[in-house]
Ligand binder design. Structure first.
Ligand SMILES: Nc1ncnc2c1ncn2[C@@H]1O[C@H](COP(=O)(O)OP(=O)(O)OP(=O)(O)O)[C@@H](O)[C@H]1O
Ligand SMILES: O=C(O)c1ccc[n+]([C@@H]2O[C@H](COP(=O)([O-])O)[C@@H](O)[C@H]2O)c1
Length: 183
């Protein structure tokens, strides 16, 4: 599951867990990007801080893993490059790429999307406002939808609003201790 995770929030964990069960996966890897291809990064955190928040949030779940492939590669994090690397390293692994339902409509614009689709199966998780009715070859996963985004959380943190229960507890504590997203 790729993302910017700036910061990670409970909807990320819910979708990862629902996908784990629905697709009978062995594990879910969180793949924070170095630079997202289709949006600007906030610039309020370093890649290491985003990794730390993910690690703090998943540490107690044995089948959740942090994968630094994109961080180590640097530059724009095209999913094709990541998956080409992973499938080359692990030719016997079947990979799914988990995305929010909102991303399905723009999949056709992704870098080398046809080749990417030949390497993995996309799994789309419902997101408020995006039903996935036109999912095509994307496997839809239905589950509890949470109307939450990192953008909303960055705004709330900047305004010093309470974000308890929206961000996993340990990551939230880290954010407050380090004063992340304060301005
Ligand atoms: N509330 C949500 N429900 C379903 N999918 C989500 C939700 N929030 C994020 N996702 C999905 O999780 C993946 C990683 O998301 P990302 O880290 O970019 O978080 P985001 O909340 O969408 O961030 P931002 O608000 O900064 O754009 C993406 O595929 C995104 O569509
Ligand atoms: O490879 C692409 O062209 C591409 C275009 C848009 C998004 N992605 C990936 O989709 C994941 C979620 O994207 P985002 O922008 O919500 O962080 C993340 O891993 C991105 O690198 C990938």
């Amino acid at each position: 599951m790729g993302g910017t995770f700036d910061p990670v929030h409970i909807a990320h964990l819910i979708m990862a867990n629902e996908a784990y069960h629905a697709l009978s996966l062995d594990e879910v890897r969180f793949l924070p990007n170095a630079a997202p291809p289709h949006k600007h990064i906030s610039g309020q955190t370093t890649a290491e801080e985003r990794c730390r928040m993910i690690q703090d949030s998943i540490v107690e779940v044995p089948y959740f893993k942090l994968d630094r492939t994109e961080i180590l590669r640097e530059g724009t994090s095209y999913t094709f490059d990541t998956i080409a690397h992973l499938t080359h390293q692990e030719p016997d692994t079947d990979f799914f790429f988990i995305i929010g339902g909102d991303m399905i409509e723009s999949l056709s614009t992704w870098y080398r999307i046809d080749e990417l689709k030949s390497l993995i199966t996309f799994a789309g998780f419902e997101r408020p406002g995006y039903t996935g009715d036109h999912a095509g070859d994307v496997v839809m996963i239905r589950g509890p939808v949470v109307d939450l985004s990192s953008t909303m959380l960055r705004k709330r943190l900047a305004e010093k609003q309470d974000c308890r229960f929206l961000i996993p507890e340990k990551a939230y504590r880290y954010i407050l201790e380090e004063g992340l997203y304060e301005s």
